[in-house]
Design a protein around this ligand. Structure first.
Ligand code: FES
Length: 144
């Protein structure tokens, strides 16, 4: 069996939504302390809907594929729905990742959430801080 699914390879080789949104409403940047990979996600939000999402990822193929899929999944979605995005959903949409690469998808969930937090902060929108843990869980990942 191939190590990576066709979808992972497709999103790695042809990533969607690569780039920067200059006038983004929310920007989230997270990093994995161990591998040094960095992911930045930009969101345009209009009337509570994520109208555009782009990413810049300096990282492994799984992180790039996860960023690409995550941005595809959240475009056109209401903020409340985007808040519920999990790395598990991203991995399922990619038809799986090898177990030792699952943490790469965590970066995508964290970057999206960090961008939403930035949007909430900039617009003084109240939220439950418990939804945004301070330390990215990937930083303490013991998987590599
Ligand atoms: Fe660092 Fe994938 S995010 S190896």
């Amino acid at each position: 069996m191939a190590l990576y699914s066709e979808k992972v390879m497709d999103h790695f080789l042809h990533p969607r939504n690569v780039g920067v949104i200059e006038d983004a409403d929310g920007v989230g940047e997270v990093g994995n302390a161990k591998c040094g990979d960095i992911m930045k996600i930009f969101l345009k939000i209009d009337g509570g809907i994520v109208t555009d999402a782009k990413f810049s990822t300096f990282g492994c193929g799984s992180a790039i594929a996860s960023s690409s899929m995550a941005t595809e999944m959240i475009k056109g979605q209401p903020v409340e729905k985007v808040m519920e995005l999990t790395n598990k959903a991203v991995v399922e949409a990619l038809d799986g990742l090898p177990a030792y690469k699952l943490h790469c998808s965590v970066l995508a969930e964290e970057a999206v959430k960090a961008a939403l937090k930035d949007y909430f902060d900039k617009n003084s929108i109240p939220y439950d801080p418990a939804q945004f843990p301070d330390a990215p869980s990937c930083a303490s990942c013991e998987m590599h």
